[in-house]
Design a protein around this ligand. Sequence first.
Ligand code: NAD
Length: 510
Amino acid sequence: MTELAEAPSAADRGGEKRIGHWIGGQVVAGESGRSGPVFEPATGRRQGTVDFASVEEVDRAVRVAREAFRDWRTWSLSRRAELFFRIRALIDAHRDDYARILVSEHGKVFSDAKGEVARGLEVVDYACGIPTLLKGGFSEQASTGIDVYSIRQPLGVVAGITPFNFPAMVPMWMWAPALACGNCFLLKPSEKDPSASLLTAELLKEAGLPDGVFNVIQGDKVAVDAILEHRGISAISFVGSTPIAHYVYDSGTRHGKRVKALGGAKNHMVVLPDADIDMAADAAVSAGYGSAGERCMAVSVVVAVGGIADPLVEAIKERLPKVVVGDGMDPASEMGPLITREHRDKVAGYIESGAAQGATVVADGRKTAPEGDGFFLGVSLLDHVTTEMDAYRDEIFGPVLSVVRVDTYDEAMQLIHDNPYGNGAAIFTRDGGAARQFEFDVEAGMVGINVPIPVPVAYYSFGGWKASLFGDSHAYGPESVHFYTRGKVVTSRWPDPATSTVDLGFPQTR
Ligand code: NAD
């Protein structure tokens, strides 16, 4: 445990680490001969190597999990709940260890990393209530002498495939409800920041989770395809970009699995003319640049309605020089680097293309990025962005905020409706009627009213609409309990055998 818990910070330029799989309660070195680099985004240094699983290694993990399922599914609800309280306490005690790993491999700043763990922990809290969540229905005397009741049972072995931007929290959205419901779990984390998955594995074991119930397979497309096609896996949860989400949904369902696949986003923040300008500017900066814009709920587009545009852009611009960009372990830093050099360069390309396509570059992060080999980009603001520009059309997933100016609320709404994504949308206004109309009209799965990043609390479910989600089930909350179980309805009677007769008619209730 300590080796992982003490993940190197940017200051530590020690030797490379090797990151393997976790199968049957222990770290297992990869045997495929394939692997990938793990960088430290703040310095650009390669800090480790992650093994990439073969089809055979995925199969081995599934077989171990299927074996473990036989006993795990017999655990009583009270034992499972008790275990989850221990898991909760251990994760809570290791918040800083998680955060150090996230800073080291993802690059987000320490306070943001701790926030990620805190939000994931809320889902673990929710899972502690599994005895209540799995309560079925009971109808006494549904027909004369007959009782009917419903139960929900685990699916078996389920898998989760997760993105780089929340290496601790998004897996928690999946494994916590899946395990609490009695399934065994196979996690395929992002190959870009894979170590948090192994800390989770160690903590689950320390809490008392039986070996084989939780497994980690590191890897790339080969591992994902093996999961999608494996007959021993019943359900798949995916979070990542839209093209891969679509692919996972298509392939997984074609192979007979239950799949929910959450995709990318382009979140609009509509600011009405009556909004408080300082509050809206604070929110735009926080939600646009927090975690360097690498959040699926980040605000990517500010839609300024009517005359508020000039003062709003001015208020956002004023705040930008104060955003401290730097190494995530430096307590002064508010925004860290991007995940890879390639991604940083791609994001920077939107400043270039925005300018070429007619946007006004109010702030150019290429000029304000900290020096060195880290994957940094400073905060960037594009004004007068239009819907034809690349900066508007693509999910940038970086610290480049666009301002689109419109004349009316209806135009703002049309923009959102014409956009292929529908993850989150927010409105800033002091008019309750307008806010309610927005909530009623808007085509997005998560809506904020004067709240820029409306990530639902753990006892609601998280999910977008349109190209932001494939499948019909959202993540965590009540929908996850439904997703990770299947229903059974039992009809029972205990008649006096002496009253038994043959009756070939269709059974009637009476
Ligand atoms: P990604 O789609 O590149 O990768 C996600 C997962 O898919 C990783 O585990 C990766 O190894 C795997 N993968 C990548 N390419 C693959 C391929 N060709 N075939 C099979 N598997 C493949 O996403 P990312 O870059 O890691 O994460 C950022 C994206 O995730 C953004 O688009 C962001 O909006 C999205 N995201 C969405 C949500 C949400 O809740 N909707 C949450 C977080 C992130």
